[in-house]
Design a protein around this ligand. Structure first.
Ligand code: BG6
Length: 492
C-alpha cells in the first residue's frame, strides 16, 4: 500500500495515551518500514519543554512499552529527531500561531506536502474547542489532506454527542474524522469478519437456524484505578458497552458487505444497530440488563477494597462497574437468538472473547455421562491470548459408543507478536482507511440504544446489584441466561 508523508500533531503530546500507546505504535510502524521517510511529530502540551526533553520522554516510552526494542542509537536518533514539542494552552487561541509555524517549518524542512493528522489525546471536554481552533487558526488550511483522530468518550449521551459532532463538523468533513474505538484495532476483532465471510463452513451456519446464542465477554481484573472522576460518572455501560461491546456485536451480526470498502462495511454495521431491540419500559430493562458494583474481595491473590472505598469515589456511589445483558437483533437472520453480553472491572480474570453456541442436533443417539452432548462452540479469543477454538463431539477412543467433547485450537499470536491495536489504527489513519473507525451513524445509534437503559437506572437506584471482587459478577447475570436454558461458556 501507498505511504504518505505527514506531520502528526498530538494534543496531549506528553500525556498517558501518548506515552503508553502512541509513541510505541509510531516506533513499531517506523521499524516495520510502514512509514514514509518524510514525517514529523509535533507534540503539544501545557508544560514547557525543549525538543530534547521531549525526545527523552519518547525514548522512555518506547523502552518501557514498545513491542520492539531500540536496536542501535543511530537508528534511534533518526527516529527521534522528527519529534518536536510546542507548549501551549490548547483551550485558548493564543499559541496556535506558534503551533502553525512549527508545523509549517517541519513541512518545509522535510518536504512534506501539507498532510496533517491531528490527534486529540486530551480530555473530552476539549475535543470540540480544539477542533474549532484548528480551523479558526488556519491549521486546517493546507494543500494536502487533513484528518482528525479523536479518542473516546464521544459525548456522554446522544444529545452531547450530537452537539460535539456538529461542532467538529464545522472544521472537518465526516470522512476526515477518525473516531477511535481501540477494540476495532484488535487483531481478533478484525478477524471475525474474515472468519465469517471467507469460510462456507461458518457462514452457512451463521443464522438463527443453527446458532443458539452468542456470548460476548470483556472482563477485567483492574478496578477503577486513578480514573474515578471520569469513571464514576460514566459507568460500565458508557465506558464499555456503548462502544467496544456493541462494536463486537456488530461484527458478529452484520450481513456480508457488498465490497470490502469502509462505506459498505459501515452500512452493514449500522443496520445491526437499527435492528437492535430497544427496551420499552423500565421493567423490560431490568428483566434484560443487569448492573453491578464490586465489593471487596481477592483478585490475582490480592485483597482489594470495594468500589465505594476507592480513591475519589463518593461513599454512596450507585455507579455500575459491571453490566450484563440479553440483547436481540430483530431481523431475519437473528430473530430469536439471544446475544448475551457482560463486562466488568475486578472480575476473576482479564478476558475478552466471543462465544458462538450452535444448536444441538435434533436427536442424541449417543450415551455419555450425563446423557447429553456438549454444544458445538466457536470461541473467538480476543485477549489476552488471540485465537480460535472449535469445540465439537467425537467418539471416545475405545469407549462403548461414548462421546466426548474435543476442541481444535488455533493460536494467532503464538508464532509471532501481532501488532497492537493502536499500531494498526494509526497506520490506517495515515493511509486514509476508515474501515475500523466509528462512523457518526454508529456513535449516534449506539447512544440511542444505551440512553434509555441509563435513564431507567437513574429512576431506580435499587436496580444496582453487587458482586464480590474476583468473581464472575452478580448471580443475577446467570439468571438471564438460565431463563433461556443457557449458561455462560468458558472463562469458568
Ligand atoms: C477503555 C476503557 O476504553 O478500555 C477502560 O475506558 C478499559 O475502562 C479499557 O479498561 C479496556 O481495554 P483493553 O484493551 O485492555 O481490553
Amino acid at each position: 500500500s501507498e505511504k504518505h508523508p505527514f506531520v502528526m500533531v498530538i494534543f496531549g503530546g506528553a500525556g498517558d495515551l501518548a506515552r503508553r500507546k502512541l509513541f510505541p505504535a509510531l516506533y513499531s510502524l517506523y521499524r516495520s518500514g510502514l512509514l514514509d521517510r518524510r514525517f514529523a511529530v509535533v507534540g503539544v502540551g501545557r508544560s514547557e519543554r525543549e525538543d530534547e526533553q521531549y525526545r527523552q520522554i519518547v525514548r522512555e516510552s518506547v523502552d518501557s512499552h514498545s513491542r520492539m526494542d531500540v536496536e542501535n542509537e543511530e537508528d534511534w536518533s533518526s527516529f527521534a529527531e522528527r519529534f518536536h514539542y510546542v507548549s501551549l494552552d490548547v483551550g485558548t487561541a493564543q499559541g496556535y500561531g506558534k503551533l502553525r509555524e512549527r508545523v509549517e517549518r517541519c513541512e518545509r524542512e522535510r518536504g512534506i506536502p501539507g498532510n496533517r493528522l491531528f490527534y486529540l489525546a486530551i480530555g473530552p471536554e476539549l475535543f470540540g474547542r480544539v477542533s474549532s481552533l484548528l480551523n479558526e487558526e488556519h491549521l486546517t488550511r493546507t494543500e494536502g489532506w487533513k484528518r482528525l483522530v479523536i479518542e473516546k468518550p464521544f459525548g456522554h449521551d446522544y444529545e452531547s454527542a450530537r452537539e460535539l459532532n456538529d461542532q467538529i463538523r464545522q472544521s472537518f468533513q465526516e470522512e476526515e474524522i477518525y473516531r477511535i474505538d481501540h477494540y476495532l484495532g484488535k487483531e481478533m476483532v478484525q478477524n471475525i469478519e474474515v472468519i465469517r465471510f471467507a469460510n462456507t463452513l461458518f457462514e452457512a451456519l451463521w443464522n438463527n437456524r443453527y446458532i443458539s446464542n452468542v456470548q460476548i465477554t470483556a472482563s477485567e481484573t483492574v478496578g477503577v484505578e486513578d480514573r474515578a472522576s471520569y469513571y464514576d460518572r460514566a459507568g460500565a455501560l458508557r465506558d464499555m458497552v456503548q462502544n467496544h461491546i456493541l462494536q463486537m456485536l456488530m461484527m458478529v451480526a452484520m450481513e456480508p458487505p457488498s465490497r470490502l470498502n469502509p462505506e459498505a462495511i459501515r452500512d452493514e454495521k449500522v443496520k445491526v444497530l437499527r435492528s437492535l431491540r430497544r427496551w420499552k419500559s423500565d421493567d423490560e430493562v431490568s428483566q434484560n440488563i443487569v448492573r453491578g458494583q464490586y465489593l471487596a474481595g481477592r483478585v490475582d491473590g490480592e485483597e482489594v477494597p470495594p468500589y465505594r472505598e476507592e480513591e475519589g469515589v463518593p461513599a454512596g456511589s450507585v455507579n455500575e462497574t459491571y453490566v450484563a445483558g440479553r440483547l436481540f437483533v430483530d431481523n431475519f437472520r437473528w430473530s430469536g437468538v439471544p446475544f448475551y453480553i457482560r463486562t466488568g472491572k475486578r472480575m476473576r480474570q482479564k478476558s475478552t472473547e466471543v462465544v458462538i453456541q450452535f444448536k444441538d442436533v435434533p436427536q442424541n443417539l449417543y450415551f455419555n455421562k450425563n446423557n447429553d452432548l456438549g454444544p458445538n462452540l466457536l470461541v473467538i479469543t480476543v485477549s489476552p491470548e488471540e485465537g480460535l477454538s472449535l469445540q465439537f463431539n467425537a467418539k471416545k477412543p475405545g469407549g462403548d459408543n461414548e462421546v466426548i467433547p474435543i476442541a481444535m485450537d488455533f493460536c494467532n499470536n503464538c508464532a509471532e507478536d501481532t501488532p497492537e491495536a493502536y499500531e494498526s489504527l494509526l497506520h490506517d489513519a495515515l493511509e486514509g482507511d476508515l474501515t475500523f473507525f466509528t462512523h457518526w451513524d454508529e456513535v449516534s445509534l449506539a447512544w440511542k440504544f444505551v440512553d434509555p437503559i441509563r435513564e431507567a437506572w437513574d429512576r431506580d437506584p435499587e436496580s444496582l446489584t453487587f458482586y464480590e471482587s474476583g468473581s464472575w459478577g452478580p448471580a443475577e447475570a446467570d439468571q438471564i441466561l438460565k431463563e433461556e436454558g443457557h449458561r455462560w461458556h468458558r472463562a469458568y
